[in-house]
Ligand binder design. Sequence first.
Ligand code: KIV
Length: 295
Amino acid sequence: MSATAPQGAGKPVTTLKLAQMKAAGEPIVMITAYDAPSARVVDAAGVDVVLVGDSLGMVMLGHTSTLPVTMDDMIHHTAAVSRGISRALIVADMPFMSYQITHEEALRNAGRFLAEAGANAVKIEGGTEVAPLVERLVAAGIPVMGHVGLTPQSVNVFGGYRVQGRDAASALRLIDDCLALEAAGAFAIVLELVPAEVAAMASEELSIPTIGIGAGSGCDGQVQVFHDLLGIGDFTPRHAKRYAEIGAAMTEAVGSYAADVRGGTFPGEDQLTHADEEVVAELERELPLTPGVDE
Ligand code: KIV
């Protein structure tokens, strides 16, 4: 456990614990992870919530939006993440069109995350319009995190990745969406690309925690994309801060490996195994073999 991990950091985080953290004014730390090694890294650093975001479509799979991500992609990556986590709460994103068609299909898909992939909860995008579904999922025993503001699965409706809730009417609609999600039983809500003042007011109005991304420090917690924080990839969104330059370090390391191979200095003595002297002697006696002639 890192020196910066909070007290009680060994116990698994639950949705109840997140509610207690909001009540105590203790900030909630959430970050994405998409595979077992990154899950181990963030869990060891003491984060509270790990999100297997459908951002993996862009970050890991090379798509230009989250829309092509499938249930099978999400189950595959969530199962890998859950193998690397011992403490953090694992939330899995329900991908585009996995919960919009019918409640029955949404229940079946959401259930797979908990039953097959080791997730503790699911996240769905939307406000008042998804509240009845949130109620159904929670009634079935599936904890739900909401997601309002810029909801990337609706990028084509928004006409781009833009800040939401800039004017009073849309800000009020956004807060109303949050209240509907809370009433439906959501245990927390992500607020993405929302003006800081609006996010702070929403957080005040709600008794469940808000987790901001590009929504200022008035939220009850923050979420960031693993690769953005670590400097892996060229693009850093304005709301992210690069805490390391791991991408550059990886390129440099692979470049050194390539130079060593080309220069004949890799593998060295430390990276190889020698055959026994008798084996070498026997091979030298036997070689070259005549093809097709048995001893
Ligand atoms: O998919 C994702 O990573 C997300 C976060 C950015 C909140 O939804």
